[in-house]
Design a binder for this molecule. Structure first.
Ligand code: FPP
Ligand code: MG
Length: 291
C-alpha cells in the first residue's frame, strides 16, 4: 500500500467536505493511532497484520486530510515505550517501517509532485542503522516541500523531547552562546523535534483510551482533544469530519486565547543560537544519510 492515495470520495462525502471547507479548517491535526492489536484479535489475524492495516488506514486518512485542506498531520507511529513490547512485535513494527520508508523512495516522483514533506520526530539514535538512514534520506529529499506536511513520531515520547530540548539549551548557556535570561517558552519550543510545526488544532485518539500517552505534551496546551471508541484500522472519514465539525464549533473561544498570547521576543543571541541549532540538525541528518 502506497503512502499517497487518490481514491475518490463519494458524492455525499464530497458534499460534506465542501461544506466544512466553508468554515475554519484545522491547519494541523495529530493522531494517536491506537487499537491495531485489538483489531488483529477481533479479525483473527497476526499482530503484524493489524499494524499493517493501521498503516493502510494512515494512508487513507492522509488523503481525507488533503481533501479537507488540512495542511499538516502528525501521527504517533512508535513510542519509545513500545521498545518494551515483545521482540517479535518490535521487529514487526521495524520491518513495516523499513518497507514503508523504502516504498516512499519508489514513489519519490509522486511525493515531489504532490509537494509532500516527511519529517520524523523522535530520538533517531534508538533506531536500527538502516532505518535511521532511510528516514534521514526521506527527510532530506522532501525538506523543501511545503504543500502537505506529515510528521511521523517514531521512537518518540514527549518527555524525552522536552528533556533533549532543555539539554541543548543548558549546553548553549554553558558555552555562553546564550544567557540564562534568554531562556523562554519560545526558545524551548524552538529546540523541540516539532520546532517547524504550529501546535496541533485537533488531537484524535482512537480505541476508547482517554489518555495522552506522552505524546506532544508541550504542543497541545490549547488543542481540541477528541476521543473515539473505534479501533484505528476501523476509523473512517465520518469520524474525521465529525471531529472537524466539533473543532469549528469551539473555534471562536480559541481565537480569543490566541489574541491574548504574548508575542515572541527574540534577541540576536537567541536568533543566532536557533539558526545554528537548525544547521546542526540538517548536518546530523546528512551524516545519518551518508552512513
Ligand atoms: C497502537 O496500537 C499502534 C502502534 C503502536 C503502531 C502504529 C503504527 C502504525 C499504524 C503503522 C505506521 C507505520 C509507519 C511506517 C508510519 P496498539 O498496538 O497499542 O494496539 P492495542 O491498543 O489494541 O493493543
Ligand atoms: Mg494501544
Amino acid at each position: 500500500m502506497s503512502w499517497i492515495r487518490n481514491n475518490d470520495l463519494n458524492l455525499l462525502q464530497k458534499l460534506c467536505v465542501n461544506v466544512l471547507k466553508c468554515g475554519p479548517v484545522p491547519r494541523h491535526v495529530a493522531f494517536i493511532m491506537d487499537g491495531n492489536r485489538r483489531y488483529a484479535r477481533k479479525t483473527n489475524v497476526q499482530k503484524a497484520e493489524g499494524h499493517s492495516k493501521g498503516f493502510d488506514k494512515l494512508a487513507e486518512c492522509l488523503h481525507w486530510c488533503r481533501e479537507l485542506g488540512i495542511k499538516e498531520v502528525t501521527v504517533y507511529a512508535f513510542s519509545i515505550e513500545n521498545f518494551k513490547r515483545s521482540n517479535d512485535e518490535v521487529e514487526a513494527l521495524m520491518q513495516l517501517a523499513r518497507e514503508k520508508f523504502q516504498k516512499l523512495f519508489e514513489e519519490k516522483d509522486k511525493l515531489m509532485q504532490e509537494g509532500v514533506c516527511i519529517r520524523v520526530i523522535g530520538n533517531l539514535c534508538l533506531l536500527p542503522d538502516d532505518i535511521r538512514k532511510l528516514i534521514a534520506e526521506a527527510m532530506l529529499l522532501t525538506k523543501d516541500n511545503t504543500r502537505s506536511i506529515l510528521n511521523v513520531a517514531f521512537s518518540y515520547t514527549s518527555r524525552e523531547e522536552i528533556t533533549q530540548s532543555i539539554r541543548s539549551i543548558v549546553e548553549a548557556v554553558q558555552d555562553k552562546s546564550i544567557e540564562v535570561g534568554d531562556v523562554s517558552e519560545e526558545l524551548i519550543a524552538n529546540c523541540l523535534y516539532t520546532h517547524l510545526s504550529p501546535d496541533p488544532d485537533i488531537l484524535i485518539r482512537t480505541s476508547g483510551e482517554v489518555r495522552i500517552s506522552d505524546f506532544l505534551l508541550w504542543q497541545i496546551s490549547n488543542t481540541e482533544l477528541c476521543f473515539t471508541n473505534v479501533l484505528w484500522p476501523e476509523f473512517n472519514i465520518w469520524h474525521l469530519l465529525g471531529f472537524v465539525f466539533k473543532y469549528q464549533r469551539s473555534r471562536c473561544l480559541q481565537d480569543v486565547y490566541k489574541a491574548n498570547k504574548p508575542q515572541p521576543n527574540r534577541n540576536h543571541r537567541t536568533q543566532s543560537f536557533v539558526k545554528s541549532f537548525e544547521r546542526k540538525r540538517i548536518q546530523q541528518l546528512e551524516l545519518y544519510a551518508r552512513a
